[in-house]
Design a protein around this ligand. Structure first.
Ligand code: NAP
Length: 496
């Protein structure tokens, strides 16, 4: 079955086709009875519809999560018991990889090959990794001069509000859910309105894996009302947000008013620094994948290429020749590398930013226009030169398959250009010098730096932002710090 043929209610798994909310272990319509169409970005046609949740549904979801947390059906299981459920979830994800990848591809427009080998595989890895960490949530004994036994415990927080963006729905929800659940929390998940389908899929899958009712609740609907209400809800103990810097700042403000901890994984606009001593053939492949992966809708994309001046013209020439050859089109074709943008809104935003750059005198080296194909939201991979750091297309997050290229003369200038942004999520250094790799990566303001590579990620390696790219770390043992609290207990000895 092709993506297009699948893009009907009947082509999706039954519980996704119903598109209901998942609250307290039951599927149900939203309180107001409304529905929202979900568009397949490869065709512009309706692929499914989901219930439009209301604040009453958020209240019900938080209440169900609180009940589940309070009676200990999950929160007071041993780490090993929780681990078994998470491991089973990982196994089920792998067993159903084909179906789950199709859901993600229809929803987001992801090329099916990447949906499989990146999105689904990473989600399975997340649950597997957190299953292992669930068994290691130990406290420690503290040596003190007190006549007492002092020790710490790590406890779950309560109800976690997980809010996720449109671009990696499955990976980003798995990142939050696997960590929150490993630590024993309950969750209310509000996925992005444009791409909620894998969240519904995972609610069913986690239930089948043995997650007790009420521990995970999924409410679809508009972030402006539901998200605000969820973040401010007195029953929520922690907010785990991934999305834009603008909404993240608003969420942090709301949560701050009630002194609720927030992790905020926000926008990015990474620089990729290409030195003349790099292996150019390898580096060009890295440069291209860094800006076209996920059609550029990647917080850790590398849309700002900085090239050492002696190879600047050569690099522009290679990109002009190579970029138009990157396969773009039907996401169901296994050879496709660039799919459509996830929504009409994204297509319009990317088009407008490139047009503004062109109007301001930038040189469009290749691309620079939408691609008409089957009614989908395609945009040709685009390379722009003749811009400086004040151009909107350089300083703002484009979130599309658009690369800007700027020359530099010295290492210090490259570092200054790379750091000259409000964001600080990721950065890249392409060089043949190990000394330079250490020196420059240490000087870059970013949560993660890739040397002679891009987007290498692993559940064991933390990532997260600095500056306007956010607070906190996900992945790795570090992520569990923000889903647990330390309790100290001091038991006084009887006096003889
Ligand atoms: P967004 O507009 O900020 O939305 C993110 C989520 O927040 C969605 O579920 C959205 O719901 C919800 N939301 C909207 N308004 C809200 C409010 N007032 N209160 C609470 N929640 C609210 O981001 P997006 O456009 O989906 O995603 C793209 C952005 O995410 C980019 O900036 C990208 O860099 C960033 N991102 C960061 C990371 C990271 O790890 N740092 C990873 C991926 C993406 P609706 O969909 O219903 O509006």
């Amino acid at each position: 079955m092709t993506i297009q043929e699948s893009a009907t209610h009947t082509g999706l798994p039954a519980h996704i086709a119903r598109g209901q909310l998942f609250i307290g272990g039951s599927w149900r319509e939203g309180d107001g009875g409304g529905r929202t169409d979900i568009i397949n970005p490869a065709t512009g046609k309706v692929a499914a519809s989901v219930a439009t949740g209301t604040v009453a549904d958020i209240n019900a979801a938080v209440a169900a999560a609180q009940d589940a947390f309070g009676d200990g059906r999950w929160s007071r299981l041993s780490g090993r018991e929780r681990s078994r459920v998470l491991l089973r979830a990982s196994q089920l994800i792998r067993e159903r990889a084909t179906e789950l990848a199709l859901v993600e591809s229809i929803d987001v427009g992801k090329p099916i090959t990447f949906a499989n080998v990146v999105d689904v595989a990473t989600a399975a890895d997340q649950y597997e990794y957190m299953a292992a960490l669930a068994q290691q949530l130990d406290g420690s004994v503290r040596e003190t001069p007190l006549s007492a036994h002092a020790f710490t415990r790590r406890e779950p927080l309560g109800v976690v509000a997980a809010i996720t963006p449109f671009n990696f729905p499955l990976i980003l929800s798995s990142t939050k859910l696997a960590a929150a659940l490993a630590a024993g929390n309950s969750v209310v998940h509000k996925p992005a309105s444009d791409t909620p389908l894998s969240a519904l899929y995972m609610a069913q899958l986690l239930t089948e894996a043995g997650l007790p009712d009420g521990v995970l609740n999924v409410v679809t609907g508009p972030g402006g009302t539901l998200g605000d209400h969820l973040v401010s809800h007195p029953g929520v103990a922690k907010v785990a947000f991934t999305g834009s810097t603008e909404v993240g700042a608003h969420v942090a403000e709301l949560a701050g008013k009630s002194l609720r901890p927030v992790t905020a994984e926000l926008g990015g606009n990474a620089a990729n620094i290409l030195f003349a001593d790099a292996d150019l053939e390898k580096a060009i492949g890295t440069v291209i994948s860094a800006f076209v992966f996920n059609t550029g809708q990647f917080c850790m994309a590398g849309p700002r290429l900085l090239v050492e001046r002696p190879i600047y013209e050569t690099v522009l020439g290679i990109l002009e020749d190579a970029v138009p050859g990157v396969p773009i089109g039907d996401p169901s074709d296994p050879a496709t590398v660039i799919g459509p943008l996830a929504s009409r809104k994204q297509l319009d935003k990317v088009s407008a930013m490139v047009e503004a750059a062109r109007a301001a005198g930038a040189k469009v080296v290749t691309g620079g226009e939408p691609l008409e194909l089957e009614g989908g939201y395609y945009y040709r991979p685009t390379v722009i030169a003749g811009v400086d750091s004040t151009a909107e297309v350089v300083k703002d997050e484009v979130f599309g398959p658009v690369l800007t290229v700027q020359p530099f003369d010295t290492e210090a200038e490259a570092i200054a250009l790379a750091n000259g942004t409000e964001y600080g999520l990721a950065a890249g250094v392409q060089t043949g010098s190990i000394s330079r790799a250490h020196r420059v990566s240490a000087a870059l303001d970013a949560g993660i730096v890739w040397v002679n590579s891009w987007a290498l990620l692993d559940p064991s390696v933390p990532f997260g932002g600095v500056k306007a790219s956010g607070w906190g770390r996900e992945y790795g043992p570090e992520s569990l710090d923000s889903y647990t609290r330390t309790k100290s207990t001091i038991i006084a000895f009887d006096q003889e």
